[in-house]
Structures are given as C-alpha cells and as structure tokens.
Unconditional design. Structure first.
Length: 263
C-alpha cells in the first residue's frame, strides 16, 4: 500500500501520494498553466510513477485558481512545427494512456480548462469543477481545429448540434452549465471542491480496484446491448479470481464492511 509522501517539485508538476490516492498538481512556468511538449511528457511519466507506487485512484488538479488554459500558443511556429507529429508522438499517446489508465482518474477544475486543458480534464473518468470554472476549446479564434479528443467528447456527451455550436463559435461553458448539460460530473462552490474531490477519491481508491478496472474496460469499449452484455460475462469470469471479490462476499455474509486491498 502507498504511504503519504511529500510533494516533490518536478518541472512545474508535482506528485503527492496519500494512502491509495495519487494527486498530480499542475504549476507550470507558462501563464495559466499552459503546456509545452516537455510538460506533457513529464505528466505522462508521473502517471506511470503513480501506478508504480500502487495508486488506486489518480487526481489531476491545477495549483491555485487555474487548471490549464491549454497549449502555450507563444511556443507555436506555424512555419516550422509539424502538428501531425505532435499529435502522433506526444498529445495522442498521452491522452490515450490517461483515458485507458487501469485505475480510476478524477480531474478537479478551478478556473479555465481550455484547449489541451479541456482535453486533459475530460480524458479523466470523472470531472468535478467549481461553479465558475470555464470549459471549452475556443480554437476557432486562432484558426485551429480542436484536438485532445475534443470532438469525440463533445459529440458523445452533448450530441452533434451543441458540439458543433461550441466548436464553431468558441463559446465557453461555466462549471455550472457543463454539469447541467452532462459534460462533467459535478459543479460545486470553489470552497467545497477540494473536499468533494477528496471524498470521492478516497471512496474510489479504497474500492475493489480490479473490478473497477474491468468495468472501465467495458465502458471504454462500448458497443450495443448484446456486445456489452457479453463483455460483462467475460469480465465477471476474471473478477471471480480476485481477492477483493472473496473479501466482498465474506464481508456481505458476515454483515461487516468490506476491506478491499485492490487485488
């Protein structure tokens, strides 16, 4: 089991583990936590470090009042940069890894989550935000196409008309509106966000980790009713070999609270 550790500086990103929960805090040198390629690579490395430390839930949050305003636009050179290489070699692999991480993930959003920051927040399994947070990809203002899986997220969660409107106009959604529309899980007052995220992360992190991983695989693969029904059967056959299932059944039979070890 992981134990509490000190937050360690790491090129503007810090990793803190406490019990079963690992928290990654963004405090980048660029304004409003704007990312460069090296920051994405470092964040990816810290995700792997969190897993190696046996984290059973990962939280990503910004330092202070900002999550991330996206990519550092000042570092872009349209004449020399290769966007396909950046997507194929840096952004794509990171977003895919975060989305498929074998433990539950939560983003905690204060302030802006825009562009790459928007994709980062919504590649996590759950997203909690302060009511006044700002979500969106206003790339149309600089003549760019949204990336980081933005089209998939908007289309799958909001439907074509609203997805198209947000992309075409660059309109941003508050945390309150994002939660109302089902884009994120929950919006709360800023002073309640930390406690809401901590409560959820603790509950998830002490849960039956392997069962949650298997359910996450079902959700990510998707499919029609029959396909997902069959996938459930395959995952159930795996979960029956876990220690946590045995503990859960024993606890139920003995009328006590289960103590899951994540295996």
């Amino acid at each position: 089991m992981p134990t509490a550790t000190e937050i360690r500086p790491a090129t503007g990103i810090t990793l803190h583990t406490e019990g079963a929960v690992a928290t990654l805090v963004l405090d980048l040198a660029q304004p409003k936590n704007s990312f460069r390629a090296s920051d994405v690579q470092r964040l990816g490395a810290l995700l792997e470090e969190a897993l190696a430390a046996s984290a059973r839930c990962v939280v990503i949050q910004g330092a202070g009042a900002v999550f991330s305003a996206g990519w550092d636009i000042g570092s872009i050179n349209p004449a020399a940069d290769d966007p396909m290489a950046m997507i194929a070699d840096v952004v794509g692999p990171f977003c895919r890894r975060l989305r498929e991480l074998p433990v539950p993930t939560i983003s905690a959003v204060t302030g802006p989550a825009l562009g790459f920051g928007f994709g980062l927040a919504l590649c996590c399994d759950l997203c909690f935000a302060e009511e006044g947070a700002l979500f969106g990809s206003p790339f149309r203002h600089i003549g760019m196409v949204p990336d980081s899986g933005t089209h998939h997220v908007l289309l799958s969660r909001l439907g074509f008309p609203l997805a198209a409107e947000l992309i075409y106009t660059g309109r941003l959604l508050s945390g309150t509106d994002a939660a109302r529309l089902g884009l994120i899980n929950r919006a709360v007052p800023r002073d309640a966000l930390a406690s809401e995220v901590a409560k959820a992360a603790q509950a998830i992190g002490t849960g039956p980790t392997q069962a949650l991983r298997l359910s996450k695989e079902i959700l990510l693969q998707g499919g029609d009713f029959d396909a997902m029904f069959a996938h459930e059967g395959r995952q159930l056959s795996q979960v029956f070999s876990t220690a946590d299932l045995k503990e859960g059944i024993s606890a139920f039979q003995q009328r006590r609270q289960a103590v899951f070890q994540g295996c």
